[in-house]
Design a protein around this ligand. Structure first.
Ligand code: BDP
Length: 684
């Protein structure tokens, strides 16, 4: 198994009993309509059911009194009555057929995939009656893909978008990409990197974008583009990109109209501006809302969005990067036009293995905020470490902002229910590349899958999603599925323990963001070093963000401040995010800070052994090539967990000046020896 088919395998159900039951209700598919989307739904069901059931399943245009089949039909009136919205579907039994219905064709497509999921996870179909409505309207992947085929922070090969071949050559892979996304409800794709090349906006490239859009369209996926703010200068030859300049406004208006002429369902723009060296409206003394609103005006009556990123932080040696986005964006609440969503990363720093939720959530009631999470594992061991991300995403979604009292979770801020927004969105930075198995690490597929499922329904349980994915992707053996789901569920907390326990953050290798480098003291900017964040000294460790320190904690509601403001009562997982704690201080765990830190680094690294044992146990139930691939990656992971452990324990020991607590055996290498390793990774 080379992993190409992802979770859409449709292999024959070997057990004749259940197979026969499914066969009886899947004797034909009838489809009431001709659209490309309904055709795609019927085709997927046909391919899926024929594979699973080993019988031919004809597609008919009319059920004509026949029984024992699946009927696909759009029924707007019934969908509206049932409150299904534009994308929700309903599946139910009627006159001995199974009906899949929704308001639009794409809702029926989602229902078709849901039915297949029912079969691939061996749930009974008789008497089936389910309906499902997505909680989030815009469920997007953000590709950080460059026109030259490289992928920023991509670890699964080059870009799947072959710009040089398009539009004439259309890789069949685009369709499989679309199928996979639609199967989990993803309905948008930003095709290019937020550090955007202006090239995608040229008259030469737009037809290429249109060709991709044409393949994704039947699957309900709209394409979006990241834009380079200074495009009017670079492409239009204007002297400025000032959003208040009429010529600039006119340039964007004309460009937008040009895009919609060839891509009528274009989704809109994603913008990284005045962030990490990218140009933006502030270059002209304007603010983010001026920029976003100018693009919203350019969109005019076209049905499109502006997603304006809040990932901004200026080099300020005295400031706290934690507060940067809030300082720039809080004053702009209420100033954005209705087509604008502000896109906020899950945490205030940068996709670290664990972050407190971003303080903007719940703090901008008059602005719809999109949640951005990173599926590509930039800070989580690339494609060599197994880290299942649903627990990380859920931890953010389930955090209570207390914005409108208890229960104002990030999930409810993002889905619009807290502040009554009708538009909502979630974006996952894609981990997809041209590797045969799409994600490099076979387990990375689970992150793509889980993102889609959670964007559809943030109330889903992360372990249940893991089991569902494993069941469809790796093995049909129930015991092995359970073992794999258990294992996946633990991976993220294990990774945190051997890399950044107790709320440490941003101590990874400079630039590449791989491996440990807590000793990094100098970089192009102070907030790109490690010492800026961990603040180790002879007294203790951690960033004081209470009123005695940077006071970033004051960005949260009082209830959250109470939760995190006291070093004695804060959950240890968040401790060093908010407090500078003496090495000898006793924690709620009963150990001193130093002892607890060492214990976590050691148990984290040991736990990778546990992952290896669990994975070994499922060997008889998993495809041999795939099993061997993951087993080999786990070996690397263990080696590198020891690297992290030794580097961090030895480095922090130079401040703590204490021995390791019994029974932990000190590392067998010196700090200098471990320090060399990251240098090797960074050699040009
Ligand atoms: C950082 C990445 C950088 C991205 C940036 C972003 O290192 O490559 O461009 O995030 O999100 O974490 O804009």
């Amino acid at each position: 198994d080379d992993g190409y088919r992802l979770w859409l395998k449709y292999d024959l159900i070997r057990d004749a009993g259940p197979r026969r039951q499914y066969q009886q209700v899947a004797q034909f598919i009838s489809v009431g309509g001709q659209s490309a989307t309904l055709k795609a739904a019927a085709e997927e069901l046909q391919t899926g059911l024929q594979g699973l059931l080993g019988q031919s399943v004809p597609v008919l245009s009319d059920a004509k009194g026949r029984k024992g089949g699946i009927v696909l039909q759009v029924d707007a009136a019934a969908a509206d009555k049932a409150g299904l919205g534009p994308d929700g579907y309903r599946i139910y039994a009627d006159k001995q057929n199974l009906i899949i219905t929704g308001r639009r064709d794409v809702a029926v497509l989602y229902g078709a995939f849901a039915l297949l999921r029912h079969v691939t996870t061996r749930q009974p179909l008789s008497g089936l009656s389910i309906s499902s409505v997505p909680k989030i309207r815009h469920r997007l992947l953000n590709h950080w893909d460059n026109p030259n085929g490289t992928v920023e922070r991509g670890y699964a090969g080059s870009s799947i978008w072959k710009w040089y071949e398009l539009p004439e050559v259309v890789d069949p892979r685009y369709r499989d990409y679309a199928r996979a996304n639609a199967s989990v409800g993803i309905n948008g794709a930003v095709l290019n990197n937020v550090n955007a090349s202006p090239r995608l906006l040229t008259a030469e490239y737009l037809p290429k974008v249109a060709a991709v859009a044409g393949v994704l369209r039947p699957y309900g996926i709209r394409v979006y583009l990241s834009v380079f703010w200074a495009a009017p200068k670079v492409l239009g030859g204007l002297p400025t990109a000032d959003p208040l300049d009429p010529q600039v406004q006119q340039w964007w208006k004309a460009k937008t109209d040009e895009i919609y002429r060839i891509i009528p369902d274009f989704g809109g723009f994603l913008v990284k501006a005045n962030s990490e060296g990218e140009p933006g409206p502030q270059d002209y003394g304007r603010h983010h809302a001026d920029g976003a609103n100018m693009l919203a005006t350019a969109l005019g009556t076209h049905d499109g969005l502006v997603m304006w990123r809040a990932f901004v932080y200026k080099a300020d040696p005295k400031g706290d990067r934690f507060k940067a986005a809030s300082e720039e964006f809080l004053p702009l609440d209420g100033k954005f036009q209705p087509k604008v969503l502000v896109q906020v990363k899950n945490g205030p720093i940068d996709f670290q293995a664990r972050e407190p939720f971003h303080p903007l959530f719940g703090a901008m009631p008059r602005t719809p905020l999109m949640l951005e999470v990173q599926l590509t594992q930039e800070y989580l061991g690339f494609a060599t470490h197994a880290v299942y991300l649903a627990p990380l995403i859920k931890e953010c979604l389930d955090s209570d902002t207390y914005a409108q009292g208890k229960g104002s979770t990030v999930a409810r801020v993002v889905d619009g229910s807290v502040d009554k927004h009708s538009v909502s969105g979630m974006a996952g930075v894609a981990n997809i590349g041209a590797d045969r198995n799409w994600t490099g690490h076979p387990i990375g597929q689970a992150n793509w899958y889980a993102f889609g499922r959670l964007a559809w329904d943030h109330a889903l349980d992360s372990k249940a999603i893991a089991a569902e994915w494993a069941r469809q992707t790796l093995t049909t053996d129930p015991a092995a599925v359970q073992t794999i789901a258990d294992l996946l569920q633990q991976t993220r907390s294990i990774y945190v323990r051997y890399t950044t326990p107790l709320g440490l953050h941003h101590i990874m290798g400079e630039g590449i963001h791989y491996g440990p480098q807590p000793w990094l003291e100098r970089s192009a900017r102070p907030d790109w070093t490690a010492i800026y964040y961990h603040r180790a000294d002879s007294v203790g460790l951690g960033f004081d963000r209470t009123a005695k320190g940077s006071n970033a904690l004051a960005l949260y509601k009082p209830e959250v401040q109470n939760l995190w403001g006291n070093a004695q009562t804060i959950a240890p997982d968040y401790l060093l995010w908010f407090h500078h704690v003496p090495w000898r201080q006793r924690l709620s765990t009963g150990r001193t800070l130093w002892d607890e830190l060492c214990t976590r680094y050691y148990s984290g690294a040991d736990s990778v052994r546990w992952l290896q044992r669990q994975w070994a146990a499922v060997q008889p139930s998993v495809d041999p090539a795939l099993h061997a691939d993951v087993a080999a990656r786990l070996q690397t992971q263990h080696k590198e967990a020891l690297w992290w452990r030794d580097a961090c324990v030895l480095y922090f020991q130079t401040y703590a000046r204490r021995p390791l607590p019994a029974p932990l055996a000190p590392p067998t290498r010196t700090l200098a020896e471990v320090q060399r390793l990251v240098d090797i990774y960074q050699l040009r």
